[in-house]
Write a protein that binds this ligand. Sequence first.
Ligand SMILES: C[S@@+](CC[C@H](N)C(=O)[O-])C[C@H]1O[C@@H](n2cnc3c(N)ncnc32)[C@H](O)[C@@H]1O
Length: 333
Amino acid sequence: MNYIGSKYSLLDFIDTTIKNIVGESLSGLTFCDIFAGTGIVGRHFKTKVRKVISNDWEYYSYTLNRNYIGNHIDITDKDSYIKRLNQLNGIENGFIYTQYCLGGGNERQYFSDENGKKIDAIRVQIEEWKNNGQITEDLYYFLLCSLIESADKYANTASVYGAFLKNLKKSAQKPLVIKPAYFQLNNNEHEVYNEDANELIKKIKGDILYLDPPYNSRQYGANYHLLNTIAEYQPFTPKGKTGLREYRKSKFCSKVSVKTSFEELIRNAKFKYIVLSYNNEGIMPLDTIGDIMSKYGNYQVFQQKYQRFQADKLENRNYLTNYTTEYLHVLTK
Ligand SMILES: C[S@@+](CC[C@H](N)C(=O)[O-])C[C@H]1O[C@@H](n2cnc3c(N)ncnc32)[C@H](O)[C@@H]1O
């Protein structure tokens, strides 16, 4: 998924740094990805460690992680369910079509009419299978994750859901096809949560805590509101032109509260190694991070240049832009 702050391109840097500090073999360790987003970091470590604890307080993210991290034993007939979902006809009275597609009459165009109707039909069917006991929880989240990731590919936005485009872009005109969100198999049980990181930290313990909080004022709940709406699929009254829902505001997105919340997290963490990703444009200055982390043990910092993608709203595409510096701040407690 094209996600703000995704660490997909930084996995090597994270992996190498962690192994430098902890040692090459991670197989007996518990790794926690407490701001998991797409789950790509937890997925990288899933087969390398004994246990992954994954968490994000956005429900769409929970569904991705519940599938990619939580699922670890094969589900034999999963592809046949994807096939049945892809064969469904769209419905006209669903929430996505009526609220977020032009034909629905609310002047929003996040999806083409056909794709909106199809998303509704698929979402309703997944819930029906769950309610009549036809599918397990593992299969439920596999299907939901497949729907969310696939739907995102057909969204009529420049990149996030803060606004939709006036005209349907090429990828949004294509008919929606659900692709299976395959997860890695392994013998270990993992834990997946949907909580505020500052609350969860009081209840868990482990070896490596990876922190990737938001680093600027952009709230994920606002930027990905439509993914939460598809995932939760509970009716509400969408607000204004963009159809926003109520969303949680993270303390890590505010200059006023970030330092206190960050220090609270570090103080309460029952983990030997704490690794924080942050870049040089974050709202928390780098020396503040160093000052806070140094209070609790041995602190080191590593850095790497990173070329990032940016959405061009006029051209309607992503392009590679200037370099930023990504830091990994490491605390050995
Ligand atoms: C920078 S993103 C993580 C990206 C992730 N590492 C990846 O590669 O996809 C930050 C994440 O923190 C989550 N978040 C923000 N505040 C939170 C909080 N208080 N508790 C838990 N999750 C939070 C957001 O929903 C978002 O997914």
